[in-house]
Design a binder for this molecule. Structure first.
Ligand code: SF4
Ligand code: SF4
Length: 343
């Protein structure tokens, strides 16, 4: 079965020692992996995520997976597929499409602006793991999603193949992104802290463990998570940011580049299908534009807030601030419900 890897091309990846951000999660474990882990550790901290799914339990109150020890994975040789694949994310919908989780600080954002990363590669092992996983999951699941997509497209009156509809939509969305006005996109949202620390958007930090963004009333908080868990104190808190505009030219290039990246992701189609169930092509296209506008606003406002935690906002949004906004948004968005699923 083919894995479409075009959205990986041009990116490089080097894992940052001591980062651990991707281990602040409850990774899914399949039956074969569960047996391997239990063989190593019969009392492994596995929990039921649903009728069919088991995961490795995270430590309470926003802590890391129970197997993270001194910034290292204690079961590295039998770690489950989501850990082996990261920072690649594979969306299973009308096909299997790989893209990069841009929250990972080991991935360069340069390719979003059309420049390839200075050093190429570093993702071979993760791609190999993704292909192996796809082989296990098999064609059956993909066939099921493909049929569901076909049925929805038929209801919208679109009879061609799913790829053709996606291509037609993308050919209209790319020029639209080029004309999007950053001053008119909706304000960025972050979830309230009350949804639970483990569900807040994560932000990498160069000085400590990962940070999480959450809202309390009108205030936005930046929380410093600890691998061992435990209620974190806010590292920074401020009123929701106002929009910082105009953007510097390189910041705007990065912002638009990120939106173009989302246009190419099948996950965008899946998110809109799942949330809005559009009944005709015009409604689908409008749903995609609304979702892109939301992403655009989230990047700007999360970026402005995060920039204000490290320096006095200079009255205009620069490229590092937009980069922070992208890091703080990408994994959060990829985790949204989608018609289809993440591998
Ligand atoms: S988030 Fe990226 S850099 Fe950080 S530990 Fe995970 S793979 Fe490495
Ligand atoms: S199993 Fe290992 S790699 Fe996976 S989340 Fe847990 S500590 Fe991290």
């Amino acid at each position: 079965m083919d894995l479409d890897t075009r959205l990986i091309e041009g990116f490089d990846f080097v894992c940052r020692p001591g980062c651990g951000l991707c281990c602040f999660t409850t990774p899914r474990v399949d039956g074969r992996e569960e047996a391997q882990i239990r063989q190593l550790l019969p009392s492994a901290p596995l929990i039921e995520l649903s009728d069919q799914e088991v995961g490795i339990e995270a430590r309470p109150y926003g802590g890391a997976c129970q197997f993270l020890s001194a910034s290292r994975c204690a079961i590295r040789h039998v770690r489950p597929s989501p850990c082996r694949i990261f920072p690649i994310s594979v969306h299973l919908g009308f096909r299997a499409q790989a893209s990069i989780v841009l929250t990972c600080p080991g991935v360069s954002l340069e390719p979003l602006t059309g420049r390839p990363a200075a050093a190429r590669g570093g993702l071979e092992m993760e791609l190999e793991a993704a292909r192996a996983r796809l082989h296990v999951v098999g064609t059956e699941r993909l066939e099921r999603y493909r049929e569901a997509f076909d049925a929805r497209r038929a209801a919208r009156g679109f009879s061609g193949p799913a790829e053709a509809e996606a291509r037609a939509l993308r050919s209209r969305l790319h020029p639209w992104v080029d004309t999007l006005d950053p001053g008119t996109v909706p304000s960025g949202e972050i979830p309230p802290v009350s949804v639970g620390l483990e569900r807040l958007p994560l932000v990498p930090s160069s000085t400590a463990g990962p940070l999480a963004l959450g809202r309390q009333g009108a205030r936005w908080l930046l929380l410093e998570l600890r691998a061992e868990g435990g209620r974190p104190e806010p590292r920074f808190s401020a009123r929701a940011p106002g929009r910082l505009l105009p953007m510097a030219a390189d910041a705007e290039r990065l912002w638009r580049g990120y939106l173009h990246y989302w246009v190419e992701r099948d996950a965008l189609l899946g998110i809109v299908e799942a949330a809005a169930e559009p009944t005709d092509s015009a409604e689908f296209e409008q749903g995609l534009k609304s979702e892109l506008e939301e992403i655009a606003g989230e990047v700007l406002d999360r970026g402005a807030f995060l920039a204000s935690t490290v320096a006095t906002a200079a009255g205009r949004l620069d490229a590092p601030a937009v980069a922070l906004g992208i890091r703080a948004t990408d994994m959060d968005l990829l985790d949204r419900s989608s018609a289809g699923e993440r591998l």
